[in-house]
Design a protein around this ligand. Structure first.
Ligand code: URA
Length: 239
């Protein structure tokens, strides 16, 4: 049960104050009857706003193909962001729709977004060891010794307390590899490769847990069931 003014504001329809105006103007019904008392509590399933059911009242979970050039920060000063790809109403929700972990501005690929704060914490917590698969193109040939180096779990990056966890490196071509990480230190792939004297030229995330992009084009997203990462089901769901 949620207060009607709060429901409209939290789902991004309008401000709380505007919501009160909408409700007093008769735009909201509960069980088919107009309700003008904006403090009235109702289950979202019983509510209609301008005749329509509320927009995703239980929350959102999205799988996006992040294009290059957009940041994951909400701070407009950091430049154009991925949230500009979402419907305007979703950008006004409270809690905010936010990315589950971040990809750099120039990194492309699979990114999850949600307004479920608990899910963000759970899936970004190092405890959960969700495998994430990155494909990197680098400036110099990759040598087989790097496989053991990354697998050892001893690689220490500058400024980090703990060494990188064991990571699987699959060399696909002289300057192309897949790297599987179960943690998400800042710029981790670029820094791990830099620690070997090479530079990442392009970086793309292909997988998060068992989720893949399928045929989503850059800039597109699709909805996932909120139950995809339901508690107790582990983090390795398909999609
Ligand atoms: N590692 C990086 O260096 N950048 C990303 O965007 C993701 C992982």
């Amino acid at each position: 049960m949620r207060r009607l003014d709060q429901l409209l504001a939290n789902l991004g329809y309008c401000s709380r104050r505007e919501a009160r105006g909408w409700i007093e103007a008769g735009r909201v019904t509960v069980d088919g009857a107009v309700v003008t008392d904006y403090g009235r509590k109702a289950p979202p399933a019983a509510v209609r706003i301008d005749g329509e059911p509320p927009d995703h009242p239980d929350g959102l979970l999205l799988l996006m193909h992040k294009p290059a050039g957009l940041v994951c920060s909400h701070d407009e000063r950091e430049g154009p962001n991925i949230y500009s790809l979402l419907p305007p109403r979703w950008r006004l929700r409270n809690p905010l729709v936010t990315s589950i972990g971040r990809l750099d501005k120039d990194t492309t690929g699979l990114l999850l977004l949600t307004d479920q704060t608990e899910l963000v914490h759970r899936l970004t917590s190092p405890k959960h060891k969700v495998p994430k698969v990155y494909r990197a193109t680098v400036d110099q040939a990759l040598t087989p010794d790097l496989v053991a180096l990354f697998a050892a779990g001893t690689l220490q990056l500058d400024g980090e307390k703990e060494p990188c966890r064991p990571a699987e490196l699959r060399i696909l071509a002289p300057r192309e590899a897949e790297l599987v990480l179960t943690e998400g230190k800042y710029h981790q792939v670029r820094r791990m490769i830099a620690a070997t004297g090479r530079t990442v030229l392009s970086l793309h995330r292909t997988q998060f847990g068992h989720l893949t992009l399928g045929n989503l084009a850059p800039g597109q997203w699709r909805e996932l069931e909120l139950s995809t990462f339901a508690r107790g089901e582990g983090v390795a769901s398909s999609g």
